[in-house]
Design a protein around this ligand. Structure first.
Ligand code: GDP
Length: 440
């Protein structure tokens, strides 16, 4: 899902590749592309506009970390704004009643009956509840049968009254029975129509009035794009529902509904349906949904980790040392520890888009730095500060002390000398920015 949006956003971030800093000029094109991608994904134009404005504001006010590329920084900013647009935090349903009454509303075919089954399955298995399903769609005998079949499948009782055409009476009787049988949650599936109509709204409002639900959930087919948003608005105006359920997110959806609904009706999305099976229901997490929309490896966590660990002051000091050729083994050790703090090398590499797949069958030693660290630790402080002291006998002592051998110690010292030479060249060179860009 969200394939189109992913690709378009990815392309827009590509525009920043090779740029050293985020400036008004170099993000203008990117922002235009982001806006276009959102519009193509069926996001309401007003929302797309205010979204890109917020992103711009944030991007320009941001110190670009030397550790990450501007493109990656933009991904993170867009990610956080997307999550914010979808409500920021996930919001649970209210299960505090005894019994808790949950009313399910939505158009016909949106997935109400399927969701009613999924929700009772979820709260039974994950929340230790004893739900009762209520067949409130009095017009379609097939809907009653469908609920009965689902109930059997997930082992949840279903309340039906064949022939009774009054949903209010059915709902009231069901709640009575739930109390008698110790069912602590009553989930009422209601009748939908193909389009919003007055009769349906009246009927469901009457049920609402009669049973005072703890939670009214509005179910909507995410594949219907902007229509989903309009329907949500009409239902909310009449019912003032508590949360939205987006179904069929597994399909070929453009995803715009997920992004627009929250800001149009100002009600949280609480669940997403991702298939026809009873298990295919997820609690809605805005941040995870943003991850999925961006779908670019886990760049976001990579940037977050870099933000946590990167110390600008340290970096400046290091830069100075590099220029003066004072980079020593203590700095080297610090660098290694910095990298290690960011996590397992393989995990880290996997966060880079494309790398995860490439590394799947490659064996990277988890603790690739173990020997290097052991060798440096076996050096005296003087030796670490001034690697030129490291003569043959000192090297032998270090090999013994670190449990390695003389070849390994020699190799590290040689590598270190070469690295230092190269870093010095790079840091003095006129084209440093470009060279570092290539390294990053
Ligand atoms: P209702 O008329 O609102 O009660 O809708 P139904 O529950 O009968 O669902 C309509 C159709 O959508 C059925 O064929 C369901 O199997 C299907 N459906 C419901 N939810 C999902 C979902 O999350 N993903 C997919 N792929 N299909 C779904």
């Amino acid at each position: 899902m969200f394939e189109n949006l992913n690709e378009k956003l990815e392309r827009s971030f590509q525009l920043l590749k090779g740029q050293g800093r985020i400036t008004e000029i170099n993000i203008a094109e990117t922002l235009k592309e982001v806006r276009r991608a959102l519009l193509d994904a069926d996001v309401n134009f007003k929302i797309a506009k205010s979204f890109t404005e917020k992103v711009k504001e944030k991007a320009l006010g941001q110190d670009v970390l030397s550790a990450v590329k501007p493109g990656e920084m933009m991904v993170k900013i867009v990610h956080d704004e997307l999550a914010e647009l979808m409500g920021g935090q996930s919001v649970d349903i209210n299960l505090s009643g005894n019994p808790t009454v949950i009313l399910i509303a939505g158009l016909q075919g949106s997935g109400k009956t399927t969701f009613s089954g999924k929700l009772s399955n979820l709260i039974k298995n994950k929340r230790g509840k004893h739900p009762l399903l209520v067949a409130g769609d009095v017009y379609r005998p097939a809907a009653i049968d469908q609920l009965k079949v689902l109930g059997e499948q997930i082992n949840v009782p279903v309340y039906t009254e064949e022939g009774n055409k009054e949903p209010v009476k059915i709902a009231q009787a069901a709640i009575k029975q739930a109390k008698a049988n110790g069912n602590d949650v009553v989930i009422i599936d209601t009748a939908g129509r193909l389009a919003v109509d007055e009769e349906m709204m009246k009927e469901i409002s009457a049920v609402k009035k009669a049973v005072s639900p703890h939670e009214i959930l509005f179910v909507v087919d995410s594949m219907t794009g902007q229509d989903a948003v309009n329907t949500a608005k009409e239902f909310n105006d009449r019912l003032d529902f508590d949360g939205v359920v987006l179904t069929k997110l597994d399909g070929d959806t453009r995803g715009g509904a997920a992004l627009s609904i929250r800001s149009v009706v100002n009600k949280p999305i609480k669940y997403v349906g991702t298939g026809e099976k009873m298990e295919a229901l997820d609690v809605f997490h805005p941040s995870r949904m943003a991850d999925r929309i961006l779908g670019m490896g886990d760049i976001v966590s990579l940037v977050e980790k870099a933000q946590e660990q990167f110390d600008a002051e340290e970096a400046r000091k290091l830069q100075k040392k590099l220029v003066k050729n004072q980079f020593n083994f203590n700095d080297f050790l610090k660098q290694i520890q910095q990298i290690k703090k960011m996590g397992n090398i393989k995990d880290l590499a996997a966060m880079i888009p494309g790398m995860g797949k490439a590394l799947k069958n490659v064996d990277i030693e988890d603790d690739a730095f173990k020997h290097i660290e052991a060798i440096i630790h076996s050096m005296t402080p003087d030796e670490r500060n001034d690697p030129s002291l490291l003569n043959g006998s000192r090297r032998k002592r270090i090999a013994n002390g670190s449990g390695t051998d003389i070849q390994e110690v020699n190799r590290l010292i040689k590598q270190f000398a070469e690295t230092r030479k190269m870093m010095k060249m790079v840091s003095q060179g006129k084209n440093m920015g470009r060279m570092m860009g290539n390294l990053r």
